[in-house]
Design a protein around this ligand. Structure first.
Ligand code: 13P
Ligand code: SF4
Length: 320
């Protein structure tokens, strides 16, 4: 895939919606009444991040969900993240603002595909990126996120074949980081796929002093050309620790809200101005309020899926 990079410019600031204050007030009081907490992924729209009790990457949110004793978790992210929260803490009500917030990469893999891969590679360990349905996690040996994928693969004895699903680009990144050869599946993130190596070249040309950060879901030639390749929260810490005044952001555009908030003195340039995940953006303050009012839509999973997927997720948490 090729594209012609245009001049890269900072992302425009979004004006705060005047009705937001009323919604935030209602959300905060209902949250207390319901003994609920709001978790939000780093890609959520600004006002959703701002109303959340906790913002993080997939691993941090999973850990937080696993240990909370709130009665209800309002999960603002995409479907697989809310499922992960339910699997790790099945006694809680896990509600989402909008059930349509899916993840196209997660939809690329099925339990039947896992069976086929196991048949084709007997004795292989199945490492499953959390961006996958609960039914696929239930058929896996161990899960990983972008924050711990390298460590999880390193925890498997050398010489054991490893099937890595579903993201071929995260898998490729892990291969480069570990020097191990993995059996990859052809899944990918359509959002990160939009960032091209030519965009990074253009950014380097236009902003030679900038720090270039990218997510490991990016294509290999983008990751190789970047200074930092990391999970969303680790990108945030790399930016906080860097002296660079300009940062080129090779990931989903929602990330820039948190980066700006934590580093008001820095300038953030999206590597690709169309790198937005429409699924992440369907959540809104109104829908959070409705989810709290109705305790719906709720994430519900069959018991045996929770049991089997939990084994793979617990192994991940023990190893990271
Ligand atoms: P992180 O776990 O790095 O937050 O990534 C989740 C994701 O969906 C990236 O597209
Ligand atoms: Fe899925 Fe990509 Fe959206 Fe992340 S950014 S939720 S991987 S589609």
């Amino acid at each position: 895939m090729t594209n012609t990079p245009t001049v890269l410019v900072p992302l425009a600031h979004q004006e705060a919606d005047p009705s937001a204050a009323f919604l935030v007030e209602r959300i905060q009081s209902l949250k207390k009444e319901r003994n609920a907490i709001i978790l939000a992924h780093n890609y959520q729209i600004g006002e959703v991040q701002d109303v959340a009790d906790y913002i993080g990457d997939s691993l941090e949110l999973a850990r937080f969900a696993a240990r909370t004793d709130a009665d209800t978790i309002v999960f603002c992210g995409v479907h697989f993240m809310a499922e992960t929260a339910k699997i790790l803490n099945p006694g809680r009500h896990v509600v989402v603002p909008d059930l349509k917030a899916g993840c196209p990469m997660s939809d690329m893999i099925t339990p039947e595909e896992v069976d086929r891969l196991r048949e084709k590679h007997p004795g292989a360990v199945v490492v499953t990126y959390v961006n996958s349905p609960a039914s696929v996690k239930a058929k896996s040996d161990i899960c990983c996120t972008s924050a711990n994928a390298v460590r999880i693969v390193q925890s498997i004895p050398e010489g054991t074949p490893v099937i890595f699903i579903p993201d071929q680009f995260l898998g490729d990144y892990v291969q480069r980081a570990t020097g191990r050869s993995l059996i990859l599946f052809e899944g990918f993130c359509p959002t990160h796929m939009r960032i091209m190596a030519a965009d990074i070249d253009q950014a380097r040309h236009q902003y030679p002093e900038a720090l270039v950060i990218a997510h490991p879901e990016c294509q290999p030639d983008v990751a190789i050309k970047s200074d930092v390749v990391a999970s969303t929260s680790r990108m945030a810490s790399a930016v906080r620790e860097s002296a660079a005044r300009t940062v080129v952001v090779g990931t989903e555009l929602g990330m820039i809200h948190r980066l700006r908030k934590e580093n008001p003195e820095k300038e953030f340039i999206p590597a690709c101005s169309t790198c937005d995940c429409s699924n992440m953006k369907v959540n809104s303050l109104e829908k959070i309020l409705w989810a709290l009012e109705d305790l719906s839509p709720e994430i519900l999973l069959p018991e045996e899926i929770i049991r089997d997927a939990r084994t793979a997720l617990d192994r991940m948490l023990e190893n990271s």
